[in-house]
Design a protein around this ligand. Structure first.
Ligand SMILES: [Zn+2]
Ligand SMILES: [Zn+2]
Length: 132
């Protein structure tokens, strides 16, 4: 099975051939700002599972203070969607923005991260693992 994620304008896409190794929602300010939403959905795939990439990207590189790592975010220069990213502390994994997968393909997350910063009106299924 394959899963394809695209940006808003569809010029940028990435296709993977496996389920994510890590599938989580994150409540840190950086994820909120990146998505413009109450939380980010971060799916991490083995880099070997990437079977196709299309389109042109720009890169935003920064040091993530809250999590003490360097991140490179690849976004669409036309529509601005951040589609995928790398994290210096997890070199074998690629993060893909979960909301960019087509609705029928999206897999239910299993973890919720940085919960101290969670909006009080957001609630998740009790079977999800809560990681502070
Ligand atoms: Zn785009
Ligand atoms: Zn985050």
């Amino acid at each position: 099975m394959t899963f394809k994620a695209t940006c808003c304008c569809k010029q940028l896409s990435i296709t993977v051939s496996s389920h994510p190794e890590i599938n989580s929602v994150c409540h840190c300010n950086n994820c909120k700002q990146r998505t413009g939403s109450a939380f980010g959905i971060s799916m991490y795939f083995k880099t070997g599972a990437i079977i196709n990439k299309t389109g042109e990207t720009k890169v935003y590189k920064f040091f993530h203070k809250e999590q003490s790592h360097e991140q490179c975010r690849y976004f669409c220069p036309q529509c601005g969607t951040t589609l995928y990213w790398t994290i210096s502390t997890m070199p074998d994994l690629l993060g893909i923005a979960g909301g960019c997968f087509s609705a029928s393909d999206i897999l239910e997350p299993t973890h919720t991260l940085n919960n101290a910063n969670k909006c009080s009106w957001v609630n998740f299924p009790s079977k999800w693992h809560v990681q502070e």
